[in-house]
Ligand binder design. Structure first.
Ligand SMILES: Cc1cc2nc3c(=O)[nH]c(=O)nc-3n(C[C@H](O)[C@H](O)[C@H](O)COP(=O)(O)O)c2cc1C
Length: 190
């Protein structure tokens, strides 16, 4: 028997994305964003509140990076979602984390997070109901330590965080339970 839950954003899991961008003086800022998703194979959309420091920085620099937060860096990932660069001038510096400039786009790469997408701003998407930031993925960088023998990113090594909106939890990923485009193949044969 299902119970009615009312209006709940019941998509699980949500990603834990670390969105980093420079201000006009190339000062680094990073925010935690769960409302974001790949759209098309080379594009990403982020739903970032207008006026947040990251939103302002992307408007200024026209570029950003999106890293996947992993289990080893949960505390800082969460801090990036609590603190705002609009209010805390040393938001990034107080974490002790390290940033280098991307060689592909005008945005910082946070060294501690193992996988990062380097993105150029395509557009601010404004409709009556949706306000999104669309970026083109120019390149992805990944630490060798999270690659599998076939040279691709291995989720079991990455241990990326997932976020749930029901209980406000962070969860780690890792166990593969099945292969996509394959687990349902027997039903195709019926
Ligand atoms: C788990 C989590 C997910 C979040 N996801 C988003 C999001 O997708 N969009 C958004 O605008 N704010 C989101 N936030 C809140 C921002 O990270 C927060 O407002 C932050 O202070 C913004 O930083 P900034 O002003 O330095 O850019 C999230 C916070 C947490 C803890």
């Amino acid at each position: 028997m299902k119970k009615n839950m009312g209006v709940v954003p019941a998509v699980y899991p949500m990603p834990v994305l670390m969105v980093a961008a420079y201000d006009a003086n190339e000062k680094v800022n990073v925010m935690n964003a769960a409302w974001g998703q790949i759209c098309d194979m080379d594009k990403i959309i982020l739903f970032i509140g207008k006026g947040k420091k990251t939103w302002l920085n992307i408007q200024e620099s026209k570029a950003f990076t999106v890293a996947l937060a992993d289990e080893a860096h949960t505390d800082v990932a969460d801090f990036f979602g609590i603190a705002s660069g609009n209010k805390i001038n040393d938001k990034f510096e107080r974490t002790g984390y390290h940033a280098v400039k991307s060689d592909k786009v005008n945005a910082p790469i946070i060294e501690e997070f193992p996988v990062v997408m380097e993105c150029e701003l395509l557009e601010f998407l404004e409709t009556e109901h949706v306000s999104g930031i669309v970026g083109k993925i120019i390149n992805v960088k990944a630490e060798e330590a999270v690659l599998s023998e076939n040279g691709k990113i291995d989720p079991k090594k990455l241990r990326a965080l997932m976020f749930d909106q029901f209980q406000n939890g962070y969860y780690s990923t890792g166990e593969k339970v099945a292969t996509a485009w394959n687990a349902g193949i027997e039903l195709m044969k019926k």
